[in-house]
Structure formats: C-alpha cells, structure tokens
Design a protein around this ligand. Structure first.
Ligand code: C5P
Length: 214
C-alpha cells in the first residue's frame, strides 16, 4: 500500500507522514530530503543554484541515498545539515530542473517499490512518483500558520529566526513550487484535501486512519 502526502512547505506533512508510517509499520519516504541534499552540495561548492548547467554537472557527480529517515550525500549522513531555511530555499530552486526531477523521481519510485508499504511525502508523490497510490492526501494550511510552525521547529533546533522573514520565505517557496513548469504543486481530483490550519496532529492522524480503513 502506498500513501502519498503532498503539500506546501510547513503544512505539517512531514510530522504527519512520519507518525503515520510509524503507526502503520510502513516505510517513510521524505522526498524533499533528496532535493535538500543536492541543494546542500550546491551551497557547499558556492555555486549559483540558478545556473542550471552547473547544477546538472553537480548532479552527475553526486550520490544521494535515502535510508530510513536519514539522507546520505556522497556517503555522508547530512540529515541534520539539510534542515536550514537556506537549504530549503535552494532546494526549491534546483527542484525546478527537469533532469533533477527525473533522477529524483526514479530513485524515489524504486525506494517505494522495494518498500511495498510506504508513506511518501513531497510535492509530486501522488502525481509523478506514484500516480496509482492507494491514498492521496493534499495537506495545506494558511501561510501564517505554516510560518509559525516553521519558526517553532527551527527554534527547537536551536536556530534563531524572525517570523516575518520566515513568512516571506514561505510565500516565495510557495510561488516557486506552485508556478514552476515541471511538476507544479497541484492536487489532481483524486486527492483528499486536508486543511490543517485549525487541526491538531492527533486529529489529522485519526482522520487519515479512518480514510485508510474505508
Ligand atoms: O518538503 P521540503 O520542504 O523538505 O522540500 C524542499 C523543497 O524541495 C520544496 O520546497 C520543493 O521545491 C522541493 N520538492 C519537490 N518535490 C518533492 C519534494 C520537495 O520539488 N517531491
């Protein structure tokens, strides 16, 4: 069984997908972590993410592996390093490139096929990676609430951040993810839309569990 959860940054998909996978005993696949790993390499090499040619050259010489909830960049565990706002923003830039997406999607699909039972989250999990997913959920929330959640998450990780700055970045990332040419973030008709603005994690989880039972 494949459960696809897509949605914009900060909508709660990672938290929900992770918890749900644990409860169901399914493999958790965080597709955004792979774009973030590539972004981290681009940043470390001081390259311009808007230069597609340079990014594709990096992609050719890069090995990105997802193992459980960890992501490895050229054999090194970078799971903690990819969680900054800067990496997220650069990930949104490099994720626009067709070749980048093709490579990531192929890998992600293979991981899901090997896992057999998986909760896979991202932007295109139910459109490109698994268009035949058994359940497709589009998770959303107001930009303000998403920004508040991001601020809280980053604070817990020890990062000092400004709410207005984060809100601005969320709006910018939304724009890039919704308006890009390749796999824009867009739920098809077979998605169930969950607005998490006024919902607790427990409410969302039990709602999804009921959907699975049905
Ligand atoms: O989900 P997360 O915020 O970690 O993803 C980082 C960025 O990677 C997103 O803003 C999006 O641009 C890109 N992404 C994507 N397709 C996915 C997952 C993430 O384009 N399946």
């Amino acid at each position: 069984m494949i459960i696809a959860i897509d949605g914009p940054a900060g909508s709660g998909k990672s938290t929900i997908a992770k918890l749900l996978a644990k409860k169901l005993g399914f493999t958790y696949i965080d597709t955004g972590a792979m774009y973030r790993a590539l972004a981290l390499k681009v940043i470390n090499l001081s390259l311009d993410p808007n230069n597609e040619e340079e990014v594709l050259k990096v992609l050719e010489n890069t090995k990105i592996d997802l193992v459980d909830d960890k992501v490895f960049l050229d054999g090194q565990d970078v799971s903690a390093h990819i969680r900054t706002e800067e990496v997220g923003n650069v990930a949104s830039i490099v994720a626009r490139y067709k070749k980048v997406r093709e490579e990531m999607v192929n890998k992600q699909r293979q991981i899901g096929i090997n896992a057999k039972n998986a909760v896979i989250e991202g932007r295109d999990a139910g459109t490109k990676i698994f268009p035949d997913a058994d359940l497709k959920i589009f998770m959303t929330a107001s930009p303000e609430v998403r920004a508040q959640r991001r601020v809280q998450q980053l604070k817990e990780k020890g990062f000092l951040v400004d709410y207005n700055h984060i809100l601005q970045k969320i709006i910018e990332r939304d724009k890039m993810d919704y308006e890009r040419k390749e796999s824009p973030l867009r739920p098809t008709q077979d998605y169930i839309i969950i607005d998490t603005t006024d919902k607790t994690i427990e409410e969302v989880i039990s709602y999804i569990e009921n959907l699975i039972k049905k």
